[in-house]
Design a protein around this ligand. Sequence first.
Ligand code: UDP
Length: 362
Amino acid sequence: MKKIVTVLGARPQFIKASVVSQALSATGRLREVLVHTGQHFDANMSEVFFRELAMSAPAYNLDIHGGTHGAMTGRMLADVERILISERPDAALVYGDTNSTIAGALAAAKLHIPVAHVEAGLRSFNLRMPEEINRILTDRISHWLFAPTDTAVRNLMAEGVAESQILEVGDVMYDVALQHGARANGAGGIVDHLGLGGQPYVLATIHRAENTDDTDRLNTLVDALTIVARKRPVIWPIHPRTRQLLARRCRPEAALRGMHLLDPIGYLSMIELEKNAAAIATDSGGVQKEAFFHRVPCVTLRDETEWVELVQAGWNRLAPPRSAEAVASAIEAAIGSQGQPVTPYGQGNSATQIAARLCRDL
Ligand code: UDP
């Protein structure tokens, strides 16, 4: 048996890991030790995904969250290093672009433990995003770069990464959508619970620092959703960070009348809301792709996106939060639109490809 230590800590990483952990275990030759950094710790940002997606509990929970990026990443680095020294794994596995990703990759690489990066090669070309810094650095020190798309492969090649290290396997979130998405249906679910049956509604999520930490942008987005909510229901499951900032630095929540403001919801409820929405407005990477998986038009509340193929194919359009009216119009215009029939994210077997490759190389 070869041992892999997986370091994760944020909501989208639990979702991605659900299918990869299962595939690693199915090889019968790889044993995985999960390290949860604690970056996301509320039950509705963490535990719910382990439960709904039938994941094993982490072997370690570092309980590290809050503080500045440097302080958080530094503490993770020290603790992950200590675990890697005692566990002595054959490889380390990290996902995406969070502080948990770079901490895990850096601790492992310095101990000469080869790193596998799932979701390698994504670029926004905007170094003001903490995620972009985390991605570039993680890719640079990883041994296996599991790229989700042709674009990601091209980005890595342009940076001079050896072709032999770039492995295009498709997007693991597509695997999750296929495996678990069908369960998100049904009578008595969240759509019924919110009384939305049959109504064309808009689903919104906002959590990127570039939107939440900039009061003007956050106010613009709140105003845009308020305009949309005059015409149709707007459902907004609010990320804990965004809720804090809304309360402290932005329009009081009373200004959001007419919207369904929810606490973060579980994966199955989220997919149910996505599938039944008339349009989705989001700054989330994962939600942009899920909109496409369920063929729902998407508006991305950012200046740029890493998932450019969906914009090119007409499933997604960018609406930078500069004017509330312009963002609201973009959302209205998206409703009823369709993109081209493209398949940029593989066949839904990314997790087994990742597991097979690690099995072969270890
Ligand atoms: N998600 C969820 N509940 C919510 C909001 C999002 O389960 O209240 C899921 C969503 O369906 C997707 C993932 O979380 O699978 C996206 O994570 P997030 O937006 O936090 O991060 P990003 O994808 O931008 O890295």
